[in-house]
Design a protein around this ligand. Sequence first.
Ligand code: SF4
Ligand code: SF4
Ligand code: SF4
Length: 295
Amino acid sequence: MTKGVITTLQRMSVHDGPGLRTVVFMKGCNMRCRWCHNPETWNPHRQVQYIREKCIRCLSCAAVCPNQVIRPSEDGPELDFGECRACGICADACCTGAISLVGREVGVEELWNEVRKDIPYFLNSGGGVTVSGGEPVLQKDFVREFLSVCRADGINTAIETNMAVKWADLDEVSPLVDFWMCDLKMSDSEKHKKWTGADNRTVVDNILKMAAAGRRMTVRTPIIPGVNDTAGEIEEICRLLAPFSGTVSYELMGFHTLGFSKYESMGIRNELEDAECLPADQLEELKKIPVKYNL
Ligand code: SF4
Ligand code: SF4
Ligand code: SF4
């Protein structure tokens, strides 16, 4: 059976589809949204993570690293993330969990055995399994096999995708997906490319095709201050989605900085480090726009 690489499972989520859901975060993403709250999912491979707040500066990790990419200093270990080979020897030597590996390879059966423990919650809440990431469709063979197993046991399935993937790949997993969630981050393609690393043509095409096929779907826009926080931007997206208001719902999400500490812990530069959260009243005002379009 195909293997997949995941970062983690999140249980009892109420934000990732109907009811209570167990979310499987797949590793690997083909976008680089500057506001991303899950940068640990970008790289498709296993990686080391260092959480400074948990470190007691014993420097055991530096002593055992076979590749000498941890430099001891008065402030604790300094990792050269780019040279790390993710062998995990330092994580085994760390008694506080300050250094750990992110990403594990799982088989479908192993993952299902973990997820199936939550079936009573799914049944009581109308929930199910959501495959997220990262971009889960990049591991489509694994996702297809896993969702088939969920479906065989009557479990509701959802997928969170950035839609920046080939239509043929989406179409392949589509018969196994009850509910779709995706972002349409901004309407202007050049601007989209500047802020996410990819233009939005494939994203828009796929969303419209999926909507025309009558798939149940929630499209979301994260509202980033100074980037896409105008009424004009939201109006543009609403006009695209309005013809599908029967099956597509549209949500706006306010930008926040929760999870930004992950950037430092993964050795990734955070370009929005000093950004402010979106004021609640601004978000409420923008939320009135989709209502006008029955979205
Ligand atoms: S082994 Fe763990 S606690 Fe000790 S210095 Fe390294 S990261 Fe910090
Ligand atoms: S994962 Fe391996 S190579 Fe990377 S810092 Fe730890 S011991 Fe060194
Ligand atoms: S598509 Fe999602 S996971 Fe990928 S960079 Fe953007 S926000 Fe992060």
